[in-house]
Ligand binder design. Structure first.
Ligand code: ZN
Length: 165
């Protein structure tokens, strides 16, 4: 059962790895990591590309993939579940401090998902039947804690207003 939950969580997180908004390493503006069809797991090594519309910086990721061979020195280690893009490990653009925790999302779609989920928890508390599954069950406790939810929703709104444009 635990394995199934983990698997579902991973699958869902991958779904949000489409275009990831990141801080440009060159100008600190808003850059995008284009991931091609990564979320369908049919990525190829030239599909992942960092592009900054503000300064023109761009970079293609080389050697993508999980390390198959332990002796393999090359290759990118993909990191998920942290406020960095999984490929270049740059800080995500959409992040904000929340009482010492980091509220973050890969992109606006992901941010919207978080808002909906935290909102759903609120509705659930108010008597709505709402099936909370998969990724939701793995959100950090501070995000879904009853006493935090309304403040988290406000923080998500603010993040969207500040950086979503
Ligand atoms: Zn730039």
């Amino acid at each position: 059962m635990e394995d199934r939950v983990k698997h579902t969580y991973r699958t869902n997180l991958y779904e949000f790895v489409k275009d990831v908004l990141v801080v440009c390493p060159n100008c600190a503006g808003k850059a995008v990591v284009h991931t091609g069809e990564f979320h369908t797991m049919q990525h190829d090594r030239n599909a992942v590309k960092l592009v900054c519309p503000a300064c023109g910086f761009n970079k293609v990721l080389e050697g993508i993939g999980h390390r198959q061979d332990k002796k393999q020195k090359r290759g990118t280690i993909l990191k998920f579940g942290a406020p960095i893009d999984p490929f270049f490990h740059l800080p995500v653009w959409l992040q904000a401090d929340f009482s010492g925790e980091i509220l973050w999302a890969y992109n606006l779609e992901h941010l919207e998902f978080l808002a909906q989920h935290v909102g759903a928890k609120l509705r659930e508390r108010n008597g709505f039947a709402f099936n909370v599954r998969s990724i939701g069950a793995r959100l950090p406790r501070w995000m879904t804690a009853a006493h935090n939810r309304e403040a988290v929703l406000k923080a998500i709104d603010k993040l969207r207003d500040d950086k979503g444009g």
